[in-house]
Each structure stands twice: as structure tokens, then as C-alpha cells.
Design a protein around this ligand. Structure first.
Ligand SMILES: *Cc1c(COP(=O)(O)O)cnc(C)c1O
Length: 340
């Protein structure tokens, strides 16, 4: 058996999703004539209480479009030091938008209004104007922890009072939503935009929706997407997978969260982990127990068919998702036991 915990991007479309894709009505979306893309966009916008949305090829592109949308060259974007936009988007903010990033140190990737307020630059030619705040919810590198709604509300109020825009990298926003129990509409009410990955826990092959509060910005966002090479043609086949995922794969994310907790308990019980805070959602990051060298542990697990990835200097990451069921979890626990 192979229990693949390397990433929730590895999920493959289910039979039901493939059927939905096969039956999609499509057109040319650059010509604005693909009804299925339009349906996905309006459905996602409505979920977040917003009025505009744009289907993008990837989460990276959606974040990069948002940054370009709300900034000008020489501006500064405030974000957590563990952010995806900083670590994993190939200096996109610098090359696509000409902006600087101001990094805030945090526990678990969650920052607050006080920290943000302190990092807003004064009006002075030496400093880039602070223009945009990006929050990552849940934060991947932080270990999959999510924001409290009150924290987001305070940050949103600060942004409004200081004329900053607020974008959320919501690649795993639905993991946060089912974990914390707030609604997508409540979350959206505090944001200017949010990117929602369909190709992670929601199980689609491709795609992210960028949801935008101000419908007047949609044309500009579309133009940026075009310039980035992200205008797609019969993308309704992919959008159909997205619609299917929004209808079928959200509530079940709680199973992934339970599975991650079960793995966490097993690692602890069998002495494979040293430091590992309890996971909240579907990401489990841990330091190997004292008898293990990290690379050896990853290799031993791989030999048994339990796949993980290294993260940072000394951590290992396991991610639960749609394509790992209880049989995989039981098998992983057996393997952990055999290594104890
Ligand atoms: C995966 C991910 C993205 C986008 O990744 P793509 O591979 O470009 O779709 C953005 N932010 C976070 C936090 C992610 O985990």
C-alpha cells in the first residue's frame, strides 16, 4: 500500500467529478462565452458575499493578480514571513508588480492588527508606501492553522482606516471555514479579495478562483490575467470540476482534519515526533524524535510506502486529503509502530 501524504495537490478527480467535466457546456472564455466558467465565478463570488470573481489557472497566478490589482510599482505589501507569496512564488511580487514585501514574524503564520499597524511605513521618501496586506488562511508553512474571525475583523478595520487593501491567500480557506465554523460569507465580508484553490483539498485537477469585492475592478483583473498569460478558452471543463467540488467536497474536509489528528497521535505515541503541536486542519508539521535523523526517517517511511516531504531546516510535513481514507491512516499507524 502507498499512503501519500506529500500534498493535497496530488488528488485526482473522482468519477463524479469527471462526469461533471465531461458533461460541461463550454465556450471560449476569453470571448466571455463559456457559461460554465461564468457559473463557477458567480457561485464562488456569492459564497463569499462578493460580486466578482475570476477563474485562474493557479493559486500563484490568482495571488499575483491580486497584488498587481491593488498596488503600483514601489509600493509595499505587508505579510507574514512564512507566506506562500514570499517563499513559493518565485519573487513574483517583485517581477510582476515591482513591489517590496514587509515580512512580519509570527507564531504559526497568524499575524494581528497591532503587528500590521507597527509595520505601516510613515510618509517619507525613504520608505515604500504600504498599500496592501496579505493574510494566508490557513497558513501552509505555519502548519495549517487558521485565523479567528475577530482577528480578521480587526485587521480589516485597520486596513480601512489606513487606506490599505486586504487580500487573503485562501488556498485552503475552506479548511479554515470548516475548522473554525465561520461562514464563507462572514469571512468575505472583511476582505477586498480572496483566492480559493480548487486543486488542493477540494480535489480538482486545476484551478483557483480569485474573488473580488469591487466589481469595478473585474475588468482590470481580467486584463492583468491576460497579460500574465492566464486567459483560457474552453476552461468550462475545468470550471465544471470546480462547481462539483464546491457542491460535494467542502464538508468532508473535516475528515481530513480528523485524519491529521490521528496521525499526530500515532507519531507521538510511537516516539517518531519530538515537537509537534496538535494539527488544526489537514497539515501536520513535526520535528523527528531524538533517535531519528530527518532524512533517514523520510526514507524509512518511504520504503514502507508512507510518503512525506521535508519542510524548513528540520521538519517533516504530512498532508491529509480526499485521496487518503481510513485504510491509509490505519496503514500509516502500523508503519509508525513498526519504526518505534
Ligand atoms: C498551493 C498554494 C498556493 C497556490 O499554489 P499553485 O500551485 O500555484 O496553485 C497559494 N498559497 C498557498 C498557501 C498554497 O498552499
Amino acid at each position: 500500500m502507498v499512503a501519500d501524504f506529500r500534498s493535497d495537490t496530488l488528488t485526482k478527480p473522482s468519477r463524479g467529478m469527471l462526469d461533471a467535466m465531461l458533461n460541461a457546456e463550454v465556450g471560449d472564455d476569453v470571448w466571455e462565452s463559456d457559461p460554465t466558467v461564468k457559473e463557477l465565478e458567480s457561485k464562488t463570488a456569492t459564497l463569499f458575499g462578493m460580486r466578482a470573481a475570476l477563474f485562474c489557472p493557479s493559486g500563484t497566478m490568482a495571488n499575483q493578480i491580486a497584488i498587481r490589482l491593488f498596488t503600483q510599482p514601489q509600493d509595499e505589501v505587508i505579510c507574514d514571513s512564512q507566506s506562500h507569496i514570499y517563499h513559493y512564488e518565485s519573487a513574483g511580487p517583485a517581477s510582476n508588480s515591482g513591489v517590496a514585501l514587509k515580512l512580519i514574524q509570527s507564531q504559526r503564520g497568524i499575524i494581528d492588527a497591532r503587528q500590521i499597524e507597527k509595520s505601516i511605513n510613515p510618509k517619507d521618501v525613504h520608505f515604500p508606501p504600504s498599500r496592501l496586506v496579505v493574510l494566508e488562511n490557513t497558513c501552509n508553512k505555519g502548519g495549517g492553522y487558521s485565523y479567528e474571525l475577530d482577528n480578521i475583523r480587526e485587521i480589516s478595520e485597520l486596513c480601512t482606516s489606513r487606506s490599505l487593501s486586504l487580500h487573503m491567500d485562501g488556498a485552503r480557506a475552506f479548511n479554515a471555514i470548516v475548522s473554525k465554523g465561520y461562514s464563507s460569507e462572514q469571512l468575505g465580508s472583511h476582505l477586498d479579495s480572496i483566492s480559493i484553490c480548487l486543486s488542493k483539498g477540494l480535489g480538482c485537477p486545476v484551478g483557483t478562483v480569485l474573488v473580488i469585492k469591487d466589481p469595478e475592478l473585474l475588468f482590470k483583473a481580467k486584463r492583468i490575467r491576460k497579460a500574465f498569460g492566464g486567459g483560457m478558452r474552453q476552461s468550462g471543463y475545468l470550471a465544471a470540476a470546480g462547481i462539483y467540488a464546491l457542491e460535494n467536497n467542502i464538508e468532508r474536509l473535516t475528515e481530513d482534519h480528523e485524519n491529521a489528528k490521528t496521525l499526530w497521535k500515532g507519531l507521538k505515541e510511537y516516539g517518531l515526533s519530538k515537537e509537534a503541536p496538535e494539527p488544526e486542519t489537514n497539515i501536520l508539521i513535526f520535528t523527528p524524535g531524538s533517535k531519528w535523523n530527518r532524512e533517514e526517517l523520510i526514507k524509512e517511511l518511504e520504503r514502507l510506502g508512507v510518503l512525506s516531504v521535508p519542510m524548513g531546516d528540520d521538519h517533516i510535513r504530512l498532508v491529509t486529503h480526499l485521496d487518503v481514507g481510513t485504510s491509509h491512516i490505519d496503514y500509516a499507524l502500523k508503519c509508525f509502530k513498526s519504526l518505534s
